[in-house]
Design a protein around this ligand. Structure first.
Ligand code: PRX
Length: 664
């Protein structure tokens, strides 16, 4: 943890302020800043009473809870512990017999443009039937099920079906490699894998099942008893007799009714892996009650969803955003949502805008990286500019995953939002379960590039390294002082790492987000300045530098040593830059190019294509202090192409800097 460089920086002067329209304020649930302030005051006055009331209002309990928060074993907080509920019943069953029952739950658009719709009632039948199929495989409450699926209705069904029977799902993004998948299967101790023969992305048929087979053949996966395979495309895939079943086989004869199993509020709903600054990715464990409350509540607060909305979150179910704002939130809120299988640039970079026009999307939630790449495309080809599509149905825009630069914000506001849609720049993390700091569409005046203010009850603050509050205008470490219902409960199988990573002693028991932030002097608005640990954010995807380094040095025939740093990138936010020392002499020219390609392919195989370094530099050595510590700050400067201004007198081998600066 360090606040020395990027975290503490001066406040960017941003004078543009956009106030919500009067009509929007009037119509909103949290209407105007007075209404927001009143909620914050209520939370401050009676913290547990505030959460208890919300949990009663937003969650259907099979058994009511009697105690709201148990802090006796901090930081292992427990919320609503003796209450019982089922997350799937809260997303589906509760709508039966209401006007939502026959409403479209999901408008699915496939990569090739084909559209499928399911109502809430039909979705309940699908989930129930799949839940019965899981039970028929011997899967029980508490078992872990690994889901490695494309963006499809079936992916959401698989997650909901696990929740329905009290099995804990662990979704792995379809872009991760066999090795990454195997690591997660072993760590989580999954009993089954739910996958698909192939996935369709950008007109290409990409394998999933064969990657599962490869992962399972690597060893350590003996816990897996069954593999259920969705036939996404007509192409056949290899099936292992006795272990693998197609969905068709598994669902045959299964009833479309399956009672939802009530579970304790603290029962783990899912475990989702994310990168940290050290070691292997960590399994972030979320609890059913608090998480479900948050998914539902933030749909109401942040997106102010109304019955007529068509909600579209573009995130994959493999990430937390796809959990909270595809698989759970919209269903719990009873809102129609779009699920999109494809990519924003296929068949052309106007695809998102055409989808909004076609399905009359009213709330659109995406990542700054997507916006930046679509700006670039629209600027070079008028045919894919958002102005070519009728976007008048939109009323709220959202941004998530990384800081949105003010220029991209302004473009999004003008060209997508028609200068009328508020942008909710939502700051949150896998660990927080849902939104933490975000504007509210009918209340908060917007400032481009700022996620503005914490949600009511969220005690976000900026402190120094000893946990002392920093004044507005001065940067520091972003913390949350008090627990909140949807917070991470532990790291699966590693409670010590949980404590160390998120509740370091010097921070007085505050939750450490891992980001630097600064509050504006005038409004106290938060602006996130980026990670303060060794975690990179590339296109909104979290990646640990150590993880990539370990992947590189595991190529033992070639690599002696590697150091990975991030550098700013206009399109992807950050880009991965790897400095590599080979076991043989330092390559140059075409040879260096060929080896760099080999190393990139290797990282893709070890982790996934998203972890491929953009730049690879070769050196005879790495810049180290006399005590042997790699000077990463110097590497960051070299990666950025900056002149070295730091003191290099403690370097053991200063000449190495020129060499590492050379591009081949
Ligand atoms: O650095 C912050 C950045 O993304 C990190 C969390 O990544 P992940 O767990 O993968 O979750 C992404 C989706 C919620 C944070 O520590 N981040 C996320 N949202 C924002 C952001 N940085 C700035 N502004 C945001 N709105």
């Amino acid at each position: 943890m360090s606040t020395s460089s990027s975290a503490i920086e001066s406040v960017l002067v941003e004078n543009r302020v956009f106030h919500p329209a009067e009509a929007a304020v009037k119509a909103a649930r949290i209407s105007g800043m007075e209404s927001y302030n009143a909620l914050c005051a209520a939370a401050e006055k009676d913290f547990t009473g505030f959460w208890a009331q919300l949990a009663r209002d937003h969650v259907v309990w099979d058994k009511p809870f009697s105690k709201t928060l148990d802090e006796s074993n901090a930081p292992f907080f427990k919320w609503f512990e003796d209450g019982e509920l089922n997350a799937s019943a809260n997303c589906l069953d509760k709508h039966m017999g209401t006007p939502v029952e026959h409403k479209t739950a999901i408008i699915f658009e496939a990569d090739d443009g084909a559209v499928t719709r399911v109502t809430f009632k039909e979705l309940l039948a699908k989930v129930s039937q799949f839940a019965n199929a899981l039970k028929a495989q011997g899967i029980q409450k508490g078992d872990r099920v690994l889901i490695y699926m494309p963006m499809t209705i079936e992916g959401v069904v698989a997650m909901q079906a696990c929740a329905r029977i009290g099995a804990t799902h662990s979704v792995v993004f379809g872009g991760f490699s066999a090795k990454a998948l195997q690591d997660r299967i072993v760590d989580v101790g999954a009993v089954a894998v739910v996958t698909s023969n192939y996935q369709m992305r950008g007109g290409k048929e990409l394998p999933l099942k064969s990657i599962v087979d490869e992962a399972l053949s690597m060893g350590g996966c003996e816990s897996i008893k069954s593999v259920l395979v969705f036939q996404r495309t007509p192409t056949a895939c290899a099936m292992v007799a006795g272990r693998d079943k197609t969905f068709e086989e598994a669902l045959a004869g299964q009833s479309t009714e399956c009672p939802a199993v009530p579970v304790g509020a603290e029962h783990p709903l899912f475990i989702l892996y994310t990168s940290g600054s050290t070691g292997k990715p960590k399994g972030v464990q979320h609890a059913t009650g608090g998480y479900l409350l948050w998914a539902k509540l933030t749909m109401d607060w942040t997106f102010d969803v109304q019955p007529s909305d068509v909600f579209w979150c573009t995130a994959d179910i493999g990430w937390i955003t796809g959990h909270s704002y595809v698989a759970y939130g919209p269903l719990a809120a009873g809102v129609t949502q779009m699920v999109f299988e494809g990519v924003p640039t296929y068949p052309n970079a106007g695809r998102f805008w055409q989808r909004i026009e076609r399905h009359k999307t009213t709330i659109f939630y995406t990542a700054p990286t997507a916006i930046r790449s679509l700006i670039k495309a629209a600027e070079s080809d008028d045919k894919v500019h958002p102005k070519q599509s009728d976007l008048s149905s939109l009323r709220i825009l959202g941004s998530v995953g990384e800081p949105i630069n003010p220029e991209a914000w302004m473009w999004y506001h003008k060209h997508v939002g028609g200068e009328r849609c508020p942008i909710v720049d939502t700051f949150w993390q896998t660990e927080t379960g849902g939104h933490m700091i975000t504007p509210l569409p009918g209340a908060t005046p917007l400032v481009p590039g700022s996620c503005t203010l914490p949600l009511p009850g969220i005690t976000a603050a900026i402190v120094d390294e000893a946990g002392h509050d920093m004044p507005n205008g001065a940067g520091g470490i972003l913390v949350v002082k008090r627990p909140w219902p949807s917070m991470i409960r532990t790291i699966w199988g590693d409670p010590e790492r949980f404590k160390k990573s998120y509740f370091p002693e010097e921070l007085k028991g505050y939750y450490l987000a891992g980001d630097g932030a600064v509050r504006s002097a005038d409004r106290g608005y938060f602006r996130i300045t980026g990670r303060i640990d060794d975690v990179l954010n590339v296109s909104g995807h979290r990646m640990g530098t150590m993880e990539i380094e370990s992947a590189l040095v595991s190529k033992t025939d070639l690599v002696a040593e590697a150091a990975v740093v991030g550098r700013p990138d206009d399109l992807t936010g950050e880009a991965i830059c790897a400095f590599v020392v080979l076991k043989r002499s330092r390559p140059t020219g075409d040879e260096a190019k060929a080896i760099a390609k080999e190393l990139r392919d290797w990282v893709a195989k070890e982790i996934g294509p998203i972890a491929k370094p953009k730049d690879i530099r070769f050196g005879e050595n790495l810049p180290k202090t006399r005590s042997g510590k790699i000077m990463r700050r110097l590497l960051r400067s070299i990666a950025k192409g900056e002149a070295i201004t730091q003191d290099t007198s403690t370097l053991e081998n200063p000449a190495i800097l020129d060499q590492l600066g050379e591009k081949y």
